[in-house]
Design a protein around this ligand. Sequence first.
Ligand code: FAD
Length: 366
Amino acid sequence: MLPERTDMPAERVDMGGYTLIENASLANRNTLRVAARAKLLAEIRDATKLPELLDFPAVRNGRLLVLGEGSNMLFTGDFDGTVLAMETRGVHAEALATSGVQVESDGDSARIAIAAGERWDDFVRWTLGQGYAGLENLILIPGTVGAAPIQNIGAYGCEVAEFIESVEAWDIRERRVVTLDHATCAFGYRDSLFKHEPGRYIVTAVRFVLPRSRPLRTDYAGINEQLARMGVDKPAPFHVAEAVVHLRTSKLPDPMVIGNAGSFFKNPIIDAALADALKREHPGLAVWPQPDGRCKISAAWMIEAAGFKGVREGDAGISNRHALVLVNHGKASGPELWALAQRVIAGVEAKFGVRLEPEPVVIGAV
Ligand SMILES: Cc1cc2nc3c(=O)[nH]c(=O)nc-3n(C[C@H](O)[C@H](O)[C@H](O)COP(=O)(O)OP(=O)(O)OC[C@H]3O[C@@H](n4cnc5c(N)ncnc54)[C@H](O)[C@@H]3O)c2cc1C
């Protein structure tokens, strides 16, 4: 399949810095546990090799997909191109230190640059262990560091953008390494520049600025109550992290146990007048005013009110623990999961006149 270079591999070949695998299974590379294949998979261990890899005509002229842990993706078919799996992982501080972390500290805060392939949760725990604050509410989110800026991951009242100084990426269009500062990244709710220019950037590193201390965000979704149950009245960041771990594990299904991609639907952001009207008609609907005057409304509440929480069609389902979570009970295919998601979208739109958007990236032909 790669005829232009006679020394290119037939099946699985270590190219030094990256490994190429033809016709690779992606079933264990997405947390919805959907069966799918990539025409070519490149496991990237050294980002400086990207230009070489991208220069192979079969790669350059075909479709590209960057993959982290596949925790925010639904494959509805095979990928007829090259999947670039970012894989520079490390679990402990020592491992992190030898696989891409640089720290410059002035005592009160640290600037930390970390390779894209590191696991996000390992990084959060490492920062807490080093005594830095900021990422405690974002603990236990699956995925890689490189994917965190793509949808500006957020949880429990915090978004990662607040701590990102810049993002380093390989710009496929310009064919060079670029450093995109915070403003250029255009972060929004589950949104960024990277979503608006899909396929242009391969994030290779993210630079964070983390303080030693900051006001903690504990007034969100039961954190204060959990801290009280833990007997903590003067919380430190690691207490907040512990509370969030407890809350997340009690609410969200574990992808190691049942396939899912976390929240499958975004909370819609709508005009305040429409939100008022909906609230009058449905007093139970949670409405959160936004800084721009619009309102975010609860997708979970609407999905439950439309009767979808806990539904199951074959092995595709909506979690009975959390209405935002699409689950694979076993052998659901990508198209089956996507069909159920579309039924939820249609059902909510019919009842509330609001169209839900999927949060994960939906890949492949349906
Ligand atoms: C149980 C569970 C809970 C979750 N909870 C949350 C939550 O609380 N908040 C939240 O925001 N999200 C949550 N998610 C979603 C997911 O964890 C995040 O979106 C995460 O950042 C995805 O990381 P990933 O490495 O798996 O990315 P992938 O799913 O592999 O990729 C996601 C997107 O990012 C792109 N991408 C990945 N890496 C790069 C890179 N290096 N360069 C360029 N593009 C790249 C991909 O092409 C794709 O478009 C949850 C998911 C699960 C399964």
